[in-house]
Design a protein around this ligand. Sequence first.
Ligand SMILES: [Ca+2]
Ligand SMILES: [Ca+2]
Ligand SMILES: [Ca+2]
Length: 179
Amino acid sequence: MGFSLFFLLICFAIHKTQSASFKDRQLSPVSDHCPNGSVRHDQSCYLFSHLLANWPESMVYCQAYGAHLAFIESDREQKFIQAQVFSTMGSQTDPLKFFWLGGTDAVSEGEWFWANIVEPITYTNWNPGEPNNDNNHDDHHQDCLAMYSSSGLWDDGYCEVKHNFICEIELNSEVPIVG
Ligand SMILES: [Ca+2]
Ligand SMILES: [Ca+2]
Ligand SMILES: [Ca+2]
């Protein structure tokens, strides 16, 4: 209970500040470079964190990098991230190891959104049987999106558990309109 309220407050605060920074980013042309330590793919830069953090903390870390927890919106993006996770983790790949992504159903159970942009999640890569909300315990929900490092498949996890996480920065994808 206490955690849920804390979590919603954090989300709200982050949403407010992120909305402002996304707006700024759209207004000013962003450089085409990815920050040190991040990896470029298409129009995004990704940071694969070795830190462990719960979901709200992960959001704050990503925000400090000028990023957000990653939104995987296509099979192409999923395959890239999966391959990077395998190479990041190397032989340590542990079937129970998770990376947090930027999805949540904390606002309305079963309705998954990309946080920050509040866009419904359309592309999904759920592990069979997920999201299961851990079989709907009355008082404890699984409301945060994580990816298994071993398979790249998704699972809903307990937001307060510490995992690795993936941050994403979208580069300016403005394409000149011709004609
Ligand atoms: Ca993305
Ligand atoms: Ca849930
Ligand atoms: Ca689950």
